[in-house]
Design a protein around this ligand. Structure first.
Ligand code: HEM
Length: 432
């Protein structure tokens, strides 16, 4: 299947590249994306895709290669473009709308030393010791979600009835956004990240790249106006929430510029819930498929952290992050030119046969579990301890109260190549 061009420049067959890169493939990740990733790991683990409508993209599919790239941020840069892959039309459109500047002043778009300074503003807040002080308030939110689950009387859509709301409430409470404004946050996140999914678009407007890019920009503008007011309120009256920490932080003796405060707020508000929600849904789906593991976790809550890690590995809700080559370089026998894109395929790393025994088995007792669902290196997810804590607490509250449950209908998935996961999970259940 491989095509060799020039000096050892392997070009990925078109059907494989389409299966990995196009957002539409993610409607069937198990049937389309994973077979292509498995083929790439075995045959062309680091190779170039030249797909119509996209600039050439290097695809990294092995765990070790992704780790290596993430450990070399001077060459594989984050600050030279958007953190995720866009088509040429989208890229040009966004550049035009952003007047040549980077889209958002946010961590994922920065390189050191700027990245280090800005990340340090919240790194102590996000450390396990501080995050654990929120355990009791998160548990209250988890209990309310579990009550809501049982109010559905034996059947619900676990995604839309429960899982999208719980992480949103947790992150917004840590952040300081009142509950009444959560629907706005949810809608804006979906506009930003689900914008290639026709079902998450306005029904009266056809989804062209132009429409999707405008929706993205409109969402950012709305976020800005909301967050400008929030930052002003926290500077006037500081509190101990995350919004206040960021609004009142000083770097080199100055408050962060508004665009940086906004970029931080948007990253936390958006990265913090869709990802956690998809992972929670995946954990439920897999427990339904493996009743023995459900019983085991129910009998021994000490297995719940293992459940969370295995669900992270299995779901890998962030499908890729993107780096831009900062200077001509050679990597794994290939010559990369400055300005080229590299797509780091986390779902592939997390099924890598050379790292995981039986990678296609869902196993909550897997030890060690070296998944990189949170990335690796200096850009590794800042919210990982929050995400793990809130999922652990949710399952600690839910599992003892469940007698049995099963998947009660077809599961559908979001059409997006950056953040994707189940869009619906119909469940039938009985109370313990
Ligand atoms: C299951 C949940 C989550 C997953 C799977 C996830 C995954 C990721 C991944 C893969 C990255 C990129 C890492 C890299 O480039 O090496 C990332 C970065 C980031 N995440 Fe998360 N994330 C999750 C939850 C959260 C939460 C709860 C928050 C906030 C409270 C958050 C905030 C961020 C931020 C701000 C970054 C940028 C960090 C940087 O560039 O330095 N994430 N996340």
């Amino acid at each position: 299947m491989s095509t060799l061009v020039g000096h050892n420049q392997a070009v990925i067959p078109d059907d494989v590249a389409r299966s990995v890169i196009l957002p539409s493939s993610y409607r069937d990740e198990a049937g389309i994306v994973h077979p292509a990733l498995t083929w790439l790991r075995a045959n062309m683990p680091f190779a170039r895709a030249e797909l119509e409508g996209y600039h050439p993209i290097w695809l990294a599919t092995r765990h070790a290669d992704i780790v290596e790239i993430e450990k070399t941020p001077k060459v594989f840069r984050s600050g030279l473009g958007e953190p995720y892959i866009n088509s040429i039309v989208d890229t040009e459109f966004l550049k035009e709308m952003n007047e040549g500047r980077r889209g958002l002043d946010t961590l994922a778009n920065m390189d050191a030393p700027e990245h280090t300074k800005i990340k340090n503003v919240t790194s102590a807040w996000f450390m396990p010791a501080n995050v654990r002080t929120r355990e009791e308030s998160i548990r209250q939110i988890a209990r309310a979600s579990v009550e809501k689950f049982f109010s559905f009387d034996g059947e619900c859509d676990f995604v839309n009835d429960i899982a999208v709301h719980y992480p949103l409430r947790v992150i917004m409470s840590l952040f300081g956004v009142p509950e009444k404004d959560e629907p706005i946050m949810l809608k804006l996140t979906q506009d930003m990240f689900g914008n290639s999914d026709p079902e998450q678009q306005r029904k009266d407007v056809p989804v062209t790249p132009d429409v999707a890019a405008r929706a993205w920009r409109a969402a950012i503008m709305e976020f800005h106006s909301y967050f400008n007011q929030l930052a002003a309120a926290r500077r006037a009256q500081p509190t101990d929430d995350l919004a206040s920490i960021i609004a009142n932080a000083k770097v080199d003796g100055e408050y962060l510029p508004d665009s940086f405060v906004n970029g931080y707020y948007i990253a936390i508000a958006t990265a913090g819930h869709d990802t956690t929600s998809s992972t929670t849904v995946t954990a439920m789906q897999q427990l339904a498929n493996h009743p023995d593991q459900f019983r085991a976790a129910q009998a021994d809550p000490g297995l719940i952290p293992g459940l969370v890690d295995e669900a992270l590995r299995w779901a890998s809700p962030v499908k890729h992050f993107h780096r831009i080559v900062g200077e001509d370089t050679d990597f794994r026998g290939q010559h990369l030119e400055a300005g080229q894109s590299v797509m780091l395929m986390y779902p592939s790393a997390n099924r890598d046969e050379s790292v995981f025994d039986n990678p296609w088995d869902f196993d909550i007792t897997r030890r060690p579990n070296k998944h990189i669902a949170f990335g690796y290196g200096p850009h590794q997810c800042i919210g990982q301890h929050v995400a793990k804590l809130e999922m652990r607490i949710f399952f600690e509250e839910l599992l003892p109260r469940l007698k049995s449950f099963e998947v009660a209908g077809p599961v559908s998935y979001v059409e997006a190549n950056f953040l994707s996961g189940p869009k619906t999970l119909p469940l039938r259940f009985t109370k313990a």
